[in-house]
Design a protein around this ligand. Structure first.
Ligand SMILES: NC(=O)c1ccc[n+]([C@@H]2O[C@H](COP(=O)([O-])OP(=O)(O)OC[C@H]3O[C@@H](n4cnc5c(N)ncnc54)[C@H](O)[C@@H]3O)[C@@H](O)[C@H]2O)c1
Length: 350
C-alpha cells in the first residue's frame, strides 16, 4: 500500500467538480484537497467550507502553492488548454476535463508542454473506467465475437441545462465562445474515445450531419451549435460504425450504450436495462454479464477517474487515458464538424 499523499487543487467549482472530482478526491486515501479556485468566489467559498480547504483568488495563486502537486481543470472548455498548460509549466500533474481543448493548435501545444514537463496529463474520458466497458474491452481482446465488423453507439440525454450548476438556458454550454462545440464536443468526444479503446484502432474518416433541432439560448434564439449529431466512421482496421449524439433525448432513460458486431456474434453493452453486457453468439447462445452500471445525470456513480489519476501519480505510471488520447478524440470531433459543414467524408487530421 502506497502511503504517499498528493496535494490537489481543483480549478472550477461547478457541477463536475462538486459531483465527481471533489467527493472522489475526499474519498481517496492518497489525495488531499488543498484548495479550490472558481471565478465565482462565493461558490468557491461554499465548496471550501465543505472540504475544509483554502480558497485561491486566482489561477496563479493556486499554481504557486507548493502544497499543490496536481490539479483538476473543471472550468468551461475554452479555458482547458490555457489552464492545463500553465499548470504543467508550474510542474503540476493535470487532470483536464473534456474536450481537452477547443482547437487542434491548442491541443498540439498541450502535447508539447506535457512531453517537456515529465508530468501526467490525463483527460477525463471516464468511459474507459466504467466497469462494463472495461470488461467489454477484455472480452473483445479475447476475440469473444470474432473479428470486429461494425459498431453502433449512442450518447443521448436531455441536455446540459439540466446538469450544469446554473440549471438554465444561460449555461455556458450554450455559448459557442465558451463551449467551442455543441453535443459532438460534449458527448461525442466520450464515445469516440471509447470506440478507440474498445477496438484498439484509430478512426480514419468521418461523415457527419449536425443540426440544432430544439435547444434555445436564454434569449430564446436557437443555439449556434449542434444539439444532435449523427456520424458514420471508418476505422484504420476497416471497421465501420455509426453514432448518434443528442441533447434532446427527453425520455426516461439516457442512452449511453454500444453495440459491437463481429464475425462470431454481437455484443450489446447497456443495450437493455437488466444486464450490463449481453453477448449473442451466432448459434443463439446468450452470455450475460452483470458488471456494473453507468452514471447518468440524475444518478451519479463513482467515476473512478480520480482513483486512476491519483494512482498513476503515486505509482509513477501512465494513466489508462493520456493527453495523446485526448488529442485524438478532439481531432475526431473537429473532423466531424468539418464534415457536417462541407457535406462530405473527411479524413481525420490529427
Ligand atoms: N467528464 C465528464 O463526463 C463531464 C461531465 C460534465 C462536465 N464535464 C466538463 O467539465 C467542465 C465543467 O463543466 P461543469 O458541468 O462543471 O460546468 P458548470 O457550469 O457546472 O461549472 C463551471 C464552473 O466554472 C467556473 N468558471 C467559469 N469560468 C471560469 C474561469 N475562467 N476560471 C475559473 N472558474 C471559472 C464557473 O463559475 C462554474 O462554477 C466542462 O469542460 C465540461 O465539459 C465533463
Amino acid at each position: 500500500m502506497n502511503n504517499r499523499v498528493v496535494g490537489v487543487a481543483v480549478l472550477g467549482a461547478g457541477a463536475v467538480a462538486q459531483r465527481r472530482h471533489l467527493p472522489e478526491y475526499a474519498e481517496n486515501k492518497n489525495a488531499k484537497i488543498i484548495g479550490i479556485f472558481d471565478r465565482d468566489e462565493k461558490r468557491a467559498a461554499e465548496v471550501a467550507e465543505i472540504y475544509g480547504c483554502k480558497v485561491y483568488n486566482s489561477l496563479e495563486e493556486a499554481l504557486a502553492d507548493p502544497e499543490v502537486e496536481a490539479v483538476s481543470v473543471c472550468v468551461p472548455n475554452k479555458f482547458h488548454a490555457g489552464y492545463a498548460i500553465a499548470a504543467l509549466k508550474a510542474g503540476k500533474h493535470v487532470l483536464v476535463e473534456k474536450p481537452m481543448a477547443t482547437s487542434l493548435k491548442d491541443s498540439h501545444e498541450m502535447l508539447e508542454v506535457w512531453k517537456a514537463s515529465g508530468k501526467i496529463l490525463m483527460p477525463d474520458h471516464n468511459q474507459r473506467l466504467v466497469r462494463s466497458f472495461k470488461k467489454a474491452h477484455e472480452l473483445l481482446s479475447q476475440g469473444i465475437i470474432g473479428d470486429l465488423l461494425f459498431f453502433q453507439c449512442n450518447f443521448q440525454h436531455p441536455g446540459p441545462e439540466f446538469w450544469s450548476i446554473d440549471r438554465t438556458n444561460s449555461t455556458w454550454f450554450f455559448n459557442k465562445d465558451l463551449a467551442g462545440f455543441g453535443v459532438m464536443g460534449d458527448l461525442g468526444v466520450h464515445k469516440v474515445d471509447l470506440i478507440r479503446y474498445l477496438t484498439e484502432s484509430e478512426i480514419k474518416s468521418v461523415f457527419a450531419s449536425s443540426r440544432t433541432l430544439d435547444k434555445k439560448d436564454a434569449s430564446g434564439k436557437p443555439i449556434d451549435m449542434d444539439d444532435n449529431t449523427i456520424c458514420m466512421f471508418v476505422m484504420e482496421n476497416g471497421l465501420h460504425g455509426i453514432m448518434h449524439f443528442s441533447w434532446t433525448n427527453y425520455g426516461s432513460q439516457e442512452d449511453n450504450g454500444a453495440v459491437i458486431y463481429g464475425t462470431k456474434g454481437v455484443m450489446k453493452i447497456f443495450g437493455d436495462y437488466t444486464d450490463d453486457i449481453v453477448v449473442e453468439m451466432r448459434d443463439g447462445v446468450q452470455i450475460r454479464y452483470s458488471v456494473g452500471s453507468i452514471s447518468t445525470n440524475t444518478n451519479q456513480l463513482k467515476s473512478g477517474v480520480i482513483d486512476e489519476f491519483v494512482g498513476s501519480i503515486v505509482e509513477g505510471r501512465e494513466p489508462v487515458v493520456t493527453g495523446f488520447d485526448g488529442h485524438q478524440a478532439l481531432a475526431i470531433v473537429i473532423g466531424a464538424e468539418e464534415s457536417s459543414k462541407k457535406g462530405r467524408w473527411i479524413e481525420i487530421e490529427y
